[in-house]
Design a protein around this ligand. Structure first.
Ligand SMILES: [Cu+2]
Length: 167
């Protein structure tokens, strides 16, 4: 490949081929090839690097909402967002639980949970997974949901949320 490039360039770039300047001329003509190759390699490296960066950035971005009509709750090692929901008794509640964490969390493997013991609710979402769950809102009152998978489980105040049901 290198030789083909240099020989194809030689006839066009050699103005007066003398016996003594032939070697020097060839050496001079190899330099643009090297520069071309360097430019090519840096171009490829740039493209690969940009792809890698965009891949990392896209991995860092949370999973988007797949169901706009559902209440959106994000969960991560940092807790729930929002950590409070208000619904009406008897209402058919749809909650999209989006897990912001990757599988690389040693604590629970990136899994999170939305559990309400009184309601028999125990929803689990895998790393970077987004799932829609439904429940019929119970009688008016205040219910606590929690994640028992990570960070001390339900005893960790940041892994809890409050579901307020009004009449
Ligand atoms: Cu959790």
């Amino acid at each position: 490949m290198t030789r083909r490039e240099s020989t194809s360039r030689l006839p066009t770039h050699r103005p007066g081929p003398g016996a003594s300047t032939g070697g020097a001329g060839r050496r001079r003509h190899q330099r643009p090839d090297r520069r071309l190759r360097l430019a090519l390699f840096s171009g490829i490296a740039l493209v690969v690097g940009a792809l890698a960066v965009s891949l990392v950035v896209s991995r860092l971005q949370p999973p988007g909402a797949t169901d706009a009509t559902a209440l959106q709750v994000h969960t991560s090692m940092g807790g729930f967002e929002p950590a409070a929901l208000a619904v009406k008794a008897g209402q058919e509640v749809r909650i999209e639980l989006a897990n912001m964490d990757t599988q690389f969390h040693a604590d629970g493997g990136g899994w999170h949970e939305f559990a309400v013991d009184e309601l028999g609710v125990d929803w689990k979402v895998g790393p970077e997974e987004s799932r829609v769950f439904t429940l019929t809102a119970p009688a008016a009152g205040t219910y606590t949901w929690y994640c028992g998978i990570c960070c001390g489980g339900r005893d960790n105040p940041s892994m809890r949320g409050t579901l307020t049901v009004t009449a």
